[in-house]
Every structure is written in structure tokens, then in C-alpha cells.
Design a protein around this ligand. Sequence first.
Ligand SMILES: Cc1cc2nc3c(=O)[nH]c(=O)nc-3n(C[C@H](O)[C@H](O)[C@H](O)COP(=O)(O)O)c2cc1C
Length: 177
Amino acid sequence: MKTLIVYFSFSGNNKLLAKDLAKDLKADLLQITEPQKRGMFRIMLDMLFNRFPKINEMNILWNDYQHIVLIAPIWNYIIAHPMKTFIKKNEEYLKNYSFITLCSGRDMQKDKIAAQLKKLACYKSKAILEFETRTFITPEQESKGAYKVTQEDLRKFKKTEAYHQFLETCIVKKEWV
Ligand SMILES: Cc1cc2nc3c(=O)[nH]c(=O)nc-3n(C[C@H](O)[C@H](O)[C@H](O)COP(=O)(O)O)c2cc1C
């Protein structure tokens, strides 16, 4: 059985990560898309009203997958709202799943993510991983606004112990490259 990666990305970082991991894990890859165009204003409204925005239908053959990896950014401590919608919609199918975010990083954030997943899904996530850009970008890069991750950054993330532990515990070994 295979791994499925489901991702949402607004500015491309989590998309890059999802594509990279899908290659490494030989996983199937699905993107969450929305019927309505998203800009910063909609992100602000979603954050303000804690909304569940509409997402496009996805036909997933859940029985084909042994593990689901969810990948999305964090907005003001909240899992990006289109991903929240996806989790809520599919809560009964998300039995063996993990959540990974490529985010800028904030203190105590992992606990908040865990609390949100607990509320949204029926089952506890097997792992929560935060790939935080604050761990390696310079204050100068940070001051320039949204940081675009590179393939080299991903290599750093994938060397972390947390990632290796995730591979050991959640992903069937034969799927690795
Ligand atoms: C409106 C907004 C709020 C954000 N809030 C957080 C936050 O609370 N914690 C965090 O770690 N990163 C936060 N970020 C940073 C994003 O998670 C980060 O830039 C991410 O890599 C963007 O992913 P994407 O390019 O896949 O959309 C925020 C970004 C935006 C645009």
C-alpha cells in the first residue's frame, strides 16, 4: 500500500516541499484547490472569522493508502483554512495520518497545531512536523517579508532528526528512495 500526500500552498513553499517528498517517498500527490481565487484579503477574512472555505471536490480511493501526509502553511497559528476544510470533510478517513508544515516558525506552535487537529479530525495524528524557516534564514532575509524556500533548504530540513523519526515510524521503508 502507498502513501498519499495532500497539500495546500498559497505562495509555493509547501508545494515545493510536497513535490519533493512525493518523489522521495514514491507517494501519490494531490493538491487542494479552491473554486474562488485566493489573495491576502481572503486569508485575513478566514483568519478573522475562522472560516472553512469551499474547496474543489477530490476523489480519493482511501483504501489504496496506508498513510496520508497532510502538508500546509500556518497562518497566525492556524492550519491554512483550505486544509482545515479538507480535514473536516474527510475526518473519518484520516486514520493513519501526519501533518507537516513549512512555516516561518513561532514558539509553542506545535501544541496549537495538535489541538486544532484534535478538534478537526476523529483520530490523533501520528506525527506533526514543523519545518521552520526561522531556524536558518538571516534577520535581513526575514525583514524582506515572505521567504521563498529553495531546494537546498529542503535538504537541510530532511536532515533533521524529526524528519528521520517520521520516516522510521510513519512511512513503510520500501517506499523510500
Ligand atoms: C497571513 C500569514 C500569516 C502567517 N502566520 C504564520 C504563523 O502564525 N506561524 C508561522 O510559523 N508562519 C506563519 N506564516 C508564514 C507561512 O506559514 C510561511 O511563509 C509558509 O512557508 C508559506 O507557505 P506557502 O508558500 O506554501 O503558502 C504566515 C504567513 C502569512 C501569509
